[in-house]
Write a protein that binds this ligand. Structure first.
Ligand code: GUN
Length: 301
């Protein structure tokens, strides 16, 4: 079984993005800019946002973090987005999800100008993704998974991919990319979710399984086909008194039993997670290029 090393691929991708950023500076006097907005105090979200800002700085991408209090109003958030939409130094805008319950996330997403929607959450960009129009964006986690499939040269065309979980961030766009007519698409795709009957039987048919349901260890070795490729998107905290922080991170698959049967598998942590952040940087650079009439770097979708 080959471990798919997202940490290493993510670092390579980030280095490539960093090189491109430097060349944009030299040849065009351009610096890509990313605004990251977080509303409220969710500790995990704050950690993710800090990672994003730190990675941007490492790659010489201009980044600004806007931290709004838990009680910020809808108008406060919309007002900030309007300002960022107009700011020429900002090419990408990300509002960390989920916001507090009193904020209407759809309104927020629809206010971000599609050209700066580096998350690919805006219905305009989601529509482009659905119809196979490649001049929009690809959401960061599914994009990162496609790059992993590419860099490990995993055959996707003609195989049965089973996506478990129907979120807008991962599951749904993943089905679109895997079924696309593209070099790393052309799979036959099944989307499973909490109401799927006999879900173990469906997952067992998957040559490629993408697990994105947010349930620790949900997929066990008896539920997968021998030789399958496992992409585990789960990041679940489980209590562990022996760990320094009192918890450890586990995926949506039971690594011990599933790794006995899989041919390739992403670990948690160190699999899909580092790719998401690398793709956010790549999307910010892409946004900067498109907004300035320049050709963005190629991608495998
Ligand atoms: N929350 C969890 N993942 C993401 C992501 O990719 N983008 C945003 N904006 N929020 C998230």
């Amino acid at each position: 079984m080959t471990i798919i090393d997202g940490k290493s691929v993510g670092a390579t991708l980030a280095a490539e993005t960093g090189d491109f950023v430097r060349s944009l500076g030299t040849s065009q006097n351009l610096k890509p800019g990313l605004a990251v907005v977080i509303v409220g105090n969710d500790p995990a979200s704050r950690i993710y946002v800090n990672h994003k800002v730190k990675k941007a700085a490492e790659l010489a991408i201009h980044s600004v973090k806007h931290e709004l209090p838990e009680n910020a109003s809808q108008a406060d958030v919309l007002g900030l987005i309007e300002v960022l939409n107009q700011d020429p130094a900002i090419h990408g805008i990300l509002v960390q999800s989920p916001p507090p319950a009193h904020i209407d996330e759809r309104r927020i997403i629809e206010t971000i100008t599609p050209e700066k929607d580096v998350d690919c959450f805006h219905p305009y960009n989601v529509g482009k993704l659905a119809i196979g129009d490649t001049d929009g964006f690809v959401p960061c986690t599914p994009a990162g998974i496609m790059v992993l499939l590419q860099r490990y040269d995993i055959t996707v065309a003609g195989r049965h991919a089973v996506v478990v979980g129907r979120s807008n961030i991962v599951g749904r766009p993943m089905t679109l990319l895997l079924s696309r007519k593209s070099r790393y698409g052309n799979a036959t795709v099944t989307l499973c979710h909490s109401r799927t009957a006999d879900i173990a039987d469906v997952i067992r048919q998957g040559d490629i399984v993408v697990a994105a349901i947010g349930k620790p260890g949900f997929i066990t070795g008896d539920m997968v086909k021998p030789g399958c490729v496992i992409i585990d998107v789960g990041i679940n905290r489980v209590d562990d008194p022996t760990a320094k922080r009192g918890y450890r991170l586990v995926g949506d698959t039971d690594f011990e039993s599933v790794s006995q049967k899989a041919s390739y598998m992403t670990p948690v942590p160190g699999g899909v997670g580092p790719m998401t952040i690398a793709m956010l940087m790549a999307n910010t650079v892409r946004a900067c290029c498109l907004q300035n009439g320049l050709a963005p770097p190629d991608h495998p979708f």
